[in-house]
Design a protein around this ligand. Structure first.
Ligand code: AMP
Length: 273
């Protein structure tokens, strides 16, 4: 594993297909699963650790976001990463940056609750794509709206690479793995898996039992509140562009964001086609 901190050193990967896994670090097995998938499909595997200040709003967790470079390097090495890019904020943003803004897809859901978030994501991902020049880049479906935003950016800006979107890795109790799970207290951690359980229950109600979408979603929000969550949204959307759906028509996904104390959890589930 070669650790690279300078953009100028990101050259000469050698021959073959270059795969890229961008992350914010505090790596867990969800990140490692993207790396392992990429390892099997590429000749050179590059990953990045960069907590991108541009995608955090005022009052969000940029300062307290977990940072664990030594442990991350071990996880990346074990997952087969060849080059781990760990730039400083100054290296990525030497001055106020030109930005990338993806319209339409970013108005709703995460975009509504985190204004500016997706401009920050699109900008850093575009910059990282230009720095690393990968043939293929890997993203997790756990961040479903982020996948749609990046797919749209790549299309709109004619960026020449392939995108792969990979399944969400979960803890044994169903909780989607996330660096932010480290914020949960023991009591909150016990409640957290209910978010995924609710997604499963509502998926069955809508797709198998034929329950009316509005009433199923209202019940889901209520159950989450009863369990101690503060739901931001719990919605049925078209999987490709995240348009809200009033009726079940595949490809559809349930998407959810809910807070437990100061920790915000997101998750989603694709309904059967
Ligand atoms: P992050 O470090 O949170 O920005 O995530 C880096 C990449 O890992 C993103 O493409 C995420 O969607 C993906 N990712 C995060 N959590 C998981 C998970 N539980 N399973 C699969 N991929 C994930």
């Amino acid at each position: 594993l070669k650790i690279v901190r300078r953009i100028a050193e990101l050259d000469h990967f050698g021959r073959g297909r270059v795969g890229f896994v961008p992350t914010m670090g505090a790596l867990h097995d969800g990140h490692a699963s993207l790396m392992r998938t990429a390892r099997g499909e590429c000749d050179v595997l590059v990953a990045s650790l960069f907590v991108n200040p541009l995608q955090f709003g005022p009052g969000e967790d940029f300062e307290r976001y977990p940072r664990a470079e030594a442990n991350d390097s071990e996880i990346a090495r074990n997952a087969g990463v060849d080059v781990l890019f760990i730039p400083t904020v100054q290296e990525v943003y030497p001055r106020r940056s030109t930005t990338v803004s993806v319209p339409e897809l970013t108005d709703r859901w995460e975009g509504a609750y985190r204004p500016g978030h997706f401009d920050g994501v699109a900008t850093v991902v575009c910059k990282l794509f230009n720095m690393v020049a990968p043939d293929v880049a890997y993203f997790g479906l756990k961040d479903l709206q982020q996948c749609a935003v990046i797919r749209r950016m790549v299309e709109d800006l004619n960026i020449r690479l392939e995108l792969r979107f990979c399944a969400t890795l979960r803890e044994a109790d169903g909780l989607a793995m996330s660096s932010r799970n480290a914020y949960l207290t023991v009591d909150q951690r016990a409640v957290a898996p209910l978010l995924y359980r609710q997604l499963l229950g509502t998926a069955t109600a809508i797709a198998s039992d034929g329950q009316d979408v509005d009433s199923a979603l209202a019940e889901a929000r209520m159950s989450l509140e009863m369990a101690g969550f503060v739901p931001d949204y719990f919605a049925l959307v078209s999987t490709d562009d995240l348009r809200p759906l009033d009726e079940y028509s595949p490809p559809a996904s349930l998407i959810a964001a809910a807070r437990l104390g100061t920790t915000r959890l997101i998750d989603n589930l694709q309904l059967p086609r």
